[in-house]
Design a binder for this molecule. Structure first.
Ligand SMILES: *[C@@H]1O[C@H](CO)[C@@H](O)[C@H](O)[C@H]1NC(C)=O
Ligand SMILES: *[C@@H]1O[C@H](CO)[C@@H](O)[C@H](O)[C@H]1NC(C)=O
Ligand SMILES: *[C@@H]1O[C@H](CO)[C@@H](O)[C@H](O)[C@H]1NC(C)=O
Ligand SMILES: *[C@@H]1O[C@H](CO)[C@@H](O)[C@H](O)[C@H]1NC(C)=O
Ligand SMILES: *[C@@H]1O[C@H](CO)[C@@H](O)[C@H](O)[C@H]1NC(C)=O
Ligand SMILES: *[C@@H]1O[C@H](CO)[C@@H](O)[C@H](O)[C@H]1NC(C)=O
Length: 444
C-alpha cells in the first residue's frame, strides 16, 4: 500500500485516544517507581522501527510512510509475491506459521483503520503448522502451499467461521460443506486466514448505500484514502490484499464486484467467465451472472489463485461448459511465454464500452493495445456488445438503466432480482440452524 494522507481527523481522534491512555497509565504508575511524562508526540518520535515491539500507530511526522510494515523475520513481507514467499519458506527463512503471524501483526496495525477483516479463522495456526510439517517432509502441494488468503464472507467455509454475506440474518447458520473453491484452495495447501468485509448481500441489501458497508462487518475503508470506501462489493477482499494483510483473496462478481474494488485498490482482479469457477457454496445473487474471482498484487499471483479454483464441479452445472476449453495444466504456464498471444484476436467494443472510459483510461488502453499487438495478437476495433443501446448507460455504471429509460422489462437489475429471489432459496435450503429460508424471511 502506498501511504498517502488520510484526513487529519482520524489522526486527531487517534492521538486524543492515545494521550488519554497515556494519562491513565501515568496516573496508575505515579505511585510506583517511574513517572511517565511523555506525551504521544514524544512517544511517536522516539520510536525506532527496529524496536522489538514498535509503537504501531501512524506517525504524524512521516506522511509518506504512515503505516510502516515491519519485515517478517528478516524477509520483506510488504508486497511480497507468492514466488518470493515460497523461496523464503523453502530456504527455511520463513514458515507458513511465521508468515501468518506477521500478517496478523499487520492486521492489528491497520485493520482498525481499514476494516477489511470481518473474522479471523480460529484454526489458522493449526492449519499453518500442519502445512509446515508437510513441507518439512519435503512435500509441497504447489505454489500456494502455506500462503495465507482471505475470502469474502459470502463464500461458505465449513469451519468455525460464519458465512453471512455481512448480514446478521445468517449469523449462526451452518453451511453443509466448504464452497467448492474453498475445498480446492485447501487441497492446494493455501492457508485460510479469515473472512473479508463486503457490501452486505454483495449489494442486494440496498440500491442506495455505501460500498463496503454491512451490518455485521461495518464500513470498510480504502487503504489508500481512509475517507473513501474501497469499492465493492468485494470490498474487504481487495482492501486486505492492498493493505498487505494477506497474499491473495477471493471475491465474487455479478456486475463489477471484483473489477471495481480491484481498480480502486490498485490490484489485479480476475473476473472469470461465468462457469469457469464453481459457485457452489457461494451465497448467490444471480446464477446467470455470478462468478468467483481472485485478487492479488501481481498478475502471476492472481493467476496462481485462479489455477487453484477453476474447473468442473458437478454441484454447479454451468462449469460443464468449460470442458475442452481450458488449458491442459494451469493458466500460469502462459505467463512467461511471449508466444502465448500469437494469432490471438481481441475485440474492442468502442461505442459500447471504451468511448465511455475516462481520457486517462483511454491512454492506458492505447499502451495496452500496442503491447498486445507487439506480442503477435490482432486487435479489431468496433466489435460492439449486442443491444448496448438498451443495456449500457451512457452516464456511468447503472445496472438498472432499463428502468431509468422507462423499461424495467429491459433492465439487468430486474433480471438479477428475479434470479436472486429464486437462487437464494436454493442456497438457504441447505443451511442448518436457521429459520431463514427465503427472501421474505430475510426482509422480515
Ligand atoms: C482522499 O479522498 C478525499 C475525498 O475524495 C479527497 O478530498 C482527498 O484529497 C483524498 N486524499 C488524497 C491524499 O488523495
Ligand atoms: C509534547 O511533547 C512535545 C515535545 O516534547 C512538545 O513540543 C509538545 O508541546 C508536547 N505536547 C503536549 C500536548 O504536551
Ligand atoms: C443446470 O441445471 C438446471 C436445473 O437442474 C437446468 O435448468 C439447466 O439447464 C442446467 N444448465 C446446464 C448448463 O446444464
Ligand atoms: C500463427 O499463425 C501462423 C500463420 O497461420 C502459423 O504459421 C503459426 O504457427 C501460428 N502461431 C501459433 C503460435 O499458433
Ligand atoms: C476505434 O474506433 C473509433 C470510432 O471509429 C475511434 O474513435 C477510435 O479511436 C478507435 N480506437 C482505436 C484504438 O483504434
Ligand atoms: C419491454 O416492454 C415494452 C412495452 O412496454 C415493449 O415494447 C418491449 O418490446 C419490451 N422489451 C422486451 C425485451 O421484451
Amino acid at each position: 500500500m502506498s501511504q498517502r494522507l488520510p484526513t487529519l481527523w482520524i489522526y486527531l481522534l487517534h492521538l486524543l485516544a492515545t494521550v488519554a491512555r497515556i494519562d491513565v497509565f501515568a496516573t496508575e504508575v505515579s505511585h510506583g517507581v517511574r513517572q511517565y511524562s511523555a506525551n504521544a508526540t514524544d512517544l511517536v518520535s522516539s520510536e525506532n522501527l527496529e524496536s522489538a515491539f514498535p509503537y504501531y500507530f501512524p506517525k504524524l511526522t512521516d506522511l509518506e510512510n504512515l503505516f510502516p510494515m515491519l519485515d517478517c523475520h528478516g524477509v520483506v513481507l510488504e508486497e511480497a509475491t507468492v514466488d518470493q514467499l515460497q523461496e523464503a519458506m523453502n530456504a527455511g527463512q520463513l514458515t507458513s506459521t511465521k508468515i501468518a503471524l506477521c500478517y496478523l501483526q499487520r492486521i492489528y496495525q491497520t485493520d482498525e483503520y481499514t476494516n477489511a477483516i470481518l473474522e479471523l479463522n480460529p484454526d489458522f495456526l493449526e492449519i499453518a503448522s500442519n502445512l509446515d510439517a508437510e513441507r518439512e517432509t519435503g512435500a509441497t502441494r504447489g505454489p500456494l502451499h502455506g500462503i495465507p488468503f482471505i475470502v469474502k464472507d459470502n463464500i461458505a467455509t465449513k469451519d468455525k467461521m460464519e458465512t453471512t454475506a455481512g448480514s446478521w440474518a445468517l449469523l449462526g447458520s451452518i453451511v453443509p460443506r466448504d464452497a467448492h473453491v474453498i475445498s480446492r484452495l485447501r487441497q492446494a495447501g493455501a492457508l485460510l486466514l479469515g473472512k473479508a468485509t463486503l457490501s452486505e448481500w454483495a449489494d442486494m441489501r440496498s440500491s442506495d448505500y455505501s460500498e463496503g458497508y454491512s451490518a455485521r462487518g461495518g464500513q470498510a475503508r480504502s487503504p489508500y484514502n481512509l475517507t473513501l470506501n474501497p469499492g465493492g462489493s468485494s470490498s474487504g477482499s481487495a482492501g486486505a490484499v492492498a493493505g498487505n494483510l494477506c497474499t491473495f483473496a477471493l471475491g465474487t462478481e455479478t456486475d463489477g464486484s471484483v473489477i471495481n474494488p480491484a481498480e480502486r485498490n490498485a490490484l489485479v482482479g480476475i473476473k472469470p467467465t461465468v462457469g469457469l469457477t464453481s459457485r457452489a457454496g457461494v451465497i448467490p445473487e444471480s446464477t446467470h451472472q455470478d462468478t468467483v474471482g481472485t485478487f492479488a498484487r501481481t498478475v502471476r499471483d492472481a493467476v496462481y489463485a485462479l489455477d487453484a479454483i477453476y474447473g468442473v464441479d458437478l454441484r454447479d452445472n454451468f462449469t460443464l461448459a468449460q470442458i475442452g476449453k481450458t488449458p491442459d495444466g494451469a493458466y500460469s504456464q502462459f505467463l512467461t511465454n511471449s508466444d502465448a498471444l500469437q494469432n490471438a484476436t481481441f475485440g474492442l467494443p468502442w461505442q459500447s464500452f471504451w468511448a465511455l472510459a475516462s481520457d486517462e483510461q483511454q491512454v492506458s488502453l492505447l499502451g495496452l493495445i500496442e503491447a498486445i499487438e507487439k506480442a503477435g495478437a490482432t486487435v479489431i476495433n468496433r466489435t460492439e456488445l449486442p443491444n448496448y443501446q438498451t443495456i449500457v448507460s451512457p452516464d456511468g455504471w447503472n445496472w438498472d438503466y432499463g428502468t431509468t429509460r422507462g423499461y424495467p422489462n429491459e433492465s439487468e437489475f430486474t433480471y438479477v432480482k428475479v434470479d436472486f429471489y429464486n437462487n437464494i432459496k436454493t442456497y438457504l435450503a441447505e443451511l442448518q440452524n436457521t429459520a431463514i429460508r427465503s427472501l421474505d424471511d430475510i426482509v422480515q
